[in-house]
Design a protein around this ligand. Sequence first.
Ligand SMILES: [Fe+2]
Length: 95
Amino acid sequence: MLLADVFALYIKTKNFHWHMSGPHFRNYHHLLDEQSEELFAMTDAVAERARKAGGTTLRSVGQIARLQRLVDNDVEYVTPDDMLSEMREDNAQLV
Ligand SMILES: [Fe+2]
């Protein structure tokens, strides 16, 4: 479900924002924060569009976990390059 993917990507983007490292920390940290804000800003519109179209929407974090198609990354250390390339792929999949 689209909204589950948006929330999953929001948390994943915050995860990488919080755990960014390396010489480009500041730029990448801010970049990911901007992207997370854009994702969060989408959520209400997507949920209300689903309701307007006669459907239901998300009720819990557990439901997000069951419905998301994007894959979480709970690995303890991810290199900055790997974070950015994973973000690129996930955002392309979301689109
Ligand atoms: Fe922050």
